[in-house]
Design a binder for this molecule. Structure first.
Ligand code: PEP
Ligand code: MG
Length: 568
């Protein structure tokens, strides 16, 4: 069965079907004022007991993530909106507390489930969870923990944060659920507890029976049911290799990314929102080299308001805990379309109305985003970056609009960081070739090899028929990259790389030899790149760079780089 792998690793064990009794309405109405007063008191007691239960779980909880979830649940329990809603139903509609609570919880669950934001949708589970806890207390039941056999894999429709936080991982070695998403709390907790988990498997999951043998592959999102011995042997070997590899890389987490001869490199991450940051720090990432803001604009019916955007950037600034975050202004167009923006179809969308070109044309949209980023800049170390720059005039225009955004905030007496650093993506060949000129206008460059490669080689990055021509190791592409790094250094501005090439282990030493100071990539790629950096010297990297620049084809270059990697 295939689902969404939300916590990596492999487990082999026996299935336990966790089935929950559905709470039901009793439809019994209260009749006397005494009954009503007693019902309110009973409900308040149930809340107090529920808070006490969560406090008790908190005192046995070690991870920050689990603590944060429990804190949120206590906040929700203390939220007057839920209590007032229930008390109103008791006092005005004469509902008994069980029914009043079920109805109020349903309203809140529906409210959250209908939200656009995936993260907020996943919070519906928290409301249901605390609702169930209050209900148990109302009915005089305790929420004692179930004791499982060793090597149990839990199979359930869905798991609440309480189910997952109290899971004894010395016995429960993983879980699979019918429902759930990447941002559900059950997924977050599984990762923090280090047990594999697969969610969103669909209704068929429930065909699994108690004690069926299960292989759970949380990396691939697979649930194998009653596999043969051959598969069990294969996955046992995979599980052991995974554990060993994870241990080795984990040991690198807190090590600085410094070469054997002392060259310090910054390893950063590309993220799409604050919720990715936990993974970044878990993998030893030091900062954010690229916050793609498109996600905030996608999966919705209209442009996010300044306030909505502000909240998004503020959350990222806060959760980065003072580490730098490069926020890239919207890069829509090309392959990223917004259903509500109605961009006309183009013959060559990647050469068309895209990114900064839209922003300079639609100043209203641009200023809104710039003001939101500026407002969030007081909550952390945010930097701003413009994508798809092809000439100096675009930088000057973008900076002038940034100036207007600042002036508007000043006139509204809203604070921002006036010294926020401004950089550009170098992803169009004309920008790379004029890096010496552009360097005078900005504080930093970030090389976007995904686009730089497609534009330099005239190879559409989305066209499967010509993927063999998409070649970041083409000497032309390498010369552009090398020139940008050299010019950045000459003009004293920071140069990073946030295209996929930064996460390619074959390219690491070559880029290091060119003098690249920051490599930004998906969080999961960081440990492998760090391991190359700390096991090699800058001297060796410079020699590799020199040798590569004398070669005339990517076949030779790749052959040479593969030979070096194989030797290690
Ligand atoms: C790039 O072009 O290398 C880049 C990082 O931007 P995107 O992939 O979002 O176009
Ligand atoms: Mg790009």
């Amino acid at each position: 069965m295939k689902g969404i792998g939300v916590s990596p690793g492999i487990s082999i064990g026996k299935a336990f079907l966790l089935q929950k009794k559905k709470a039901a309405l009793t439809c019994i109405l209260l009749t006397t004022p005494e009954e009503i007063a007693a019902a309110v008191e009973q409900f308040d007691d149930a809340i107090t007991n529920s808070v006490n239960e969560i406090e008790a779980i908190k005192s046995n909880t070690l991870s920050d993530e689990d603590l944060a979830i429990l804190e949120t649940q206590i906040e929700l329990l203390s939220d007057p909106e839920i209590r007032d809603g229930v008390v109103e139903k008791i006092e005005i509609e004469y509902k008994n507390p069980n029914d009043a609570l079920l109805e109020v919880v349903d309203v809140f669950v529906q409210l959250f489930e209908n939200m656009d934001d995936e993260y907020m949708r996943a919070r519906a589970v928290d409301i249901r969870d605390i609702g169930n806890r209050i209900l148990k207390n109302l009915n005089g039941q305790t929420s004692g923990n179930q004791v499982f056999e060793p090597d149990t894999i839990i199979i359930a429709e869905d798991l609440s944060p309480s189910d997952t936080i109290t899971m004894d991982v010395s016995r429960v070695t993983g879980f699979a659920t019918q429902m759930g998403s990447k941002t559900s709390h059950a997924a977050i907790i599984a990762k923090s507890k280090g047990i594999p988990a697969v969610v969103g498997c669909g209704a068929d999951l429930i065909s699994i029976k108690n004690n069926d043998v299960i292989i759970l592959d949380g990396s691939q999102g697979l649930v194998l049911i009653n596999p043969g011995q051959e598969l069990i042997d294969e996955y046992t070997a995979k599980r052991n290799a995974y554990r060993q590899h994870a241990e080795t890389l984990k040991a690198l987490r807190d090590e600085p990314a410094v070469t054997t001869d002392g060259m310090q490199v910054m390893l950063s991450a590309n993220i799409s929102g604050a919720e990715d940051l936990e993974d970044v720090f878990d993998n030893g990432g030091e900062s954010v080299g690229l916050l793609r803001t498109e996600l905030l604009f996608m999966n919705r019916d209209n442009f996010p308001t300044e306030d909505e955007q502000f909240e998004f950037y503020k959350k990222a600034a806060l959760q980065a805990k003072g580490k730098p975050v490069i926020v890239r202004t919207i890069d829509i167009g090309g392959d990223k379309q917004l259903p509500y923006f109605n961009l006309p179809a183009e013959l060559n969308p990647f050469l068309g109305y895209r990114a900064i070109r839209i922003c300079l044309d639609r100043k209203d949209l641009f200023i809104t985003q710039l003001k939101a980023i500026l407002r969030a800049s007081v909550f952390g170390d945010l930097k701003i970056m413009f994508p798809m720059i092809s000439n100096i005039q675009e930088i000057r225009s973008a900076k002038s609009i940034l100036g207007e955004a600042k002036a508007e905030l000043l006139s509204e007496s809203i604070s921002f960081n006036p010294a926020m650093k401004v950089g550009i993506m170098i992803e169009i060949p004309s920008a790379a070739i004029t890096a010496d000129l552009l360097a005078k206008e900005v504080d930093f460059f970030s090389i976007g090899t995904n686009d730089l490669c497609q534009y330099t080689l005239a190879v559409d990055r989305m066209n499967e028929q010509i993927t063999h021509l998409y070649d970041p190791f083409n000497p032309g592409v390498l010369r552009l990259i090398s020139f940008v790094i050299e010019q950045g250094e000459k003009h004293g501005i920071h140069v990073g790389m946030c295209g996929e090439m930064a996460s390619d282990p074959l390219a690491t030493l070559l880029l290091l030899g060119m003098g690249l100071k920051e490599f930004s990539m998906s969080a999961a790629s960081i440990p492998a790149i760090k391991s190359i950096i700390i096991n090699n010297s800058e001297l060796k990297a410079k020699q590799i760079y020199k040798n590569v620049m004398e070669m005339d084809s990517s076949e030779d270059i790749l052959g040479y780089l593969k030979g070096i990697t194989a030797d290690e």
